[in-house]
Design a protein around this ligand. Structure first.
Ligand SMILES: Cc1cc2nc3c(=O)[nH]c(=O)nc-3n(C[C@H](O)[C@H](O)[C@H](O)COP(=O)(O)OP(=O)(O)OC[C@H]3O[C@@H](n4cnc5c(N)ncnc54)[C@H](O)[C@@H]3O)c2cc1C
Length: 376
């Protein structure tokens, strides 16, 4: 069997790892000149780690990410530092520098199977066309090409992308910062997230409700972050002081405008953001992309003949679509609550959060993170 994977992001690299280990002929086509991580830190949960275990690289990623966030108190706070919710257990959440995750994935995919500078512009049932006009064929085409997927646009009823009305600055500190606590702090249409990396550096994000396209990165972005969050509870100012302004990036938060009716069209199948781009409020987009990859790799490897492929792809759709679309809905709803920008709604939110017992918060999160890979 020959598989073409369009896009060498986390999802594309992960499925290539799973397929190559089983000896499947896989070709990754990436439009960029080189494969590299965009963004800074990434939260990986128990579900993501079980998917990475299925791909054979879970322990390497755990080692790079360091201990689970249990060493810190975690939950949600107000800008004055008072707690609104507390996490009672860890959910095995660990924070990794995206560059480290890419390094591990790349080391597990033979270099010869990745072609960079290869932008896919047309997608047939079992072939793709590059912007050079070159056509390449395979038994299955996997669209792992992210939010603005060319595979989705070409071969699916594409609902397009929606701006969610808020955006996030992100960075990792250059040096270590002592942390007693981690989690998110919520204000009026603004929140700040703090997550420890294994080596003592801190991954942070600052999210603000904003008209699209109005927020800069780099020095000017850092000034806006300082203005909005520098006076919030410690150690936020210390974290900003320990950050190189040039490393601060900004992204408007976008999601798929409507859920897809299927992740499969003929021999084309979508994984990761191409299938279910969601807001980052539950920190699950990459975890689910890895789940998709582990699931699809397991099912494809078990297929003995080409004529089994339609049933295999239908099973992938059945296993993945409901779960990922439910989590996307939950993430979207959480974003509306967390970005509340009217004083009355923000006060009601804070009162409601204070009254929810930690075990209820935990059981909701556990419903998301207690996934295990399928048997073939
Ligand atoms: C602010 C923010 C914070 C986040 N935090 C977390 C978190 O803590 N935990 C978590 O699990 N998720 C998080 N996410 C979500 C996560 O980043 C994404 O869900 C994940 O990166 C999606 O991976 P992917 O491989 O599906 O797509 P992408 O990473 O977008 O990769 C797509 C690849 O396809 C390539 N490509 C695109 N078009 C073409 C084409 N036509 N031809 C060839 N190649 C193409 C691109 O160059 C890219 O390399 C966050 C997202 C944001 C915005």
């Amino acid at each position: 069997m020959r598989v073409i994977v369009v896009g060498a992001g986390i999802g594309g690299l992960a499925i290539a790892v799973g397929l190559r280990q089983a000896g499947v002929d896989v070709q990754l086509l990436e439009r960029a000149d080189r494969v590299r991580a965009h963004g800074s830190g990434l939260s990986l949960f128990g579900n993501g780690f079980r998917a990475l275990d299925a791909l054979g690289i879970g322990d390497q990623v755990r080692a790079a990410a360091g201990p689970a966030v249990v060493v810190h108190r975690s939950g949600t706070r107000r800008p004055d530092g008072s707690w609104l919710t507390r996490m009672a257990s860890t959910h095995d959440v660990r924070v990794i520098d995206r560059a480290d995750l890419y390094r591990i994935l790349l080391a597990a995919v033979p270099a010869g199977s990745i072609r960079t500078g290869a932008r896919v512009v047309e997608v047939g049932d079992t072939s793709v066309v590059l912007d050079t006009g070159e056509r390449r064929s395979a038994d299955v085409i996997v669209g792992a090409d992210g939010l603005r997927s060319a595979v989705r646009t070409n071969a699916f009823d594409d609902p397009g992308v929606r701006d969610c009305g808020y955006g996030a600055w992100r960075a990792v500190t250059t040096g270590s910062v002592a942390l007693d606590d981690a989690g998110e702090t919520v204000g009026l249409g603004a929140r700040f997230g703090i997550a420890p990396l294994a080596d003592g550096r801190v991954y942070w994000f600052a999210c603000v409700s904003t008209p699209p396209g109005s927020n800069p990165a780099g020095d000017a972005g850092m000034e806006e972050v300082r203005r909005g969050f520098g006076h919030w509870h410690p150690p936020i100012e210390e974290i900003l002081d320990a950050t190189d302004p040039a490393s601060v990036s900004y992204l408007p938060i976008e999601e798929l405008a409507a859920p897809l009716a299927s992740f499969v069209s003929g021999r084309r199948v979508l994984i990761g953001d191409a299938a279910h781009a969601m807001t980052p409020n539950l920190g699950q987009g990459a975890n689910l992309a890895i789940e998709d990859a582990a699931t699809l790799a397991t099912l494809l490897v078990a297929a003995k003949h080409g004529d089994e492929l339609p049933a295999v792809l239908a099973r992938y759709d059945a296993l993945r679509r409901r779960r990922t679309q439910r989590i996307a809905r939950q993430a979207k709803a959480l974003g509306v609550v967390m970005q509340a920008s009217h004083p009355v709604t923000a006060t009601l939110r804070d009162l409601a959060m204070r009254s929810v017992p930690a075990r209820v918060v935990d059981s909701r999160l556990r419903a998301v993170t207690s996934w295990s890979p399928p048997t073939p």
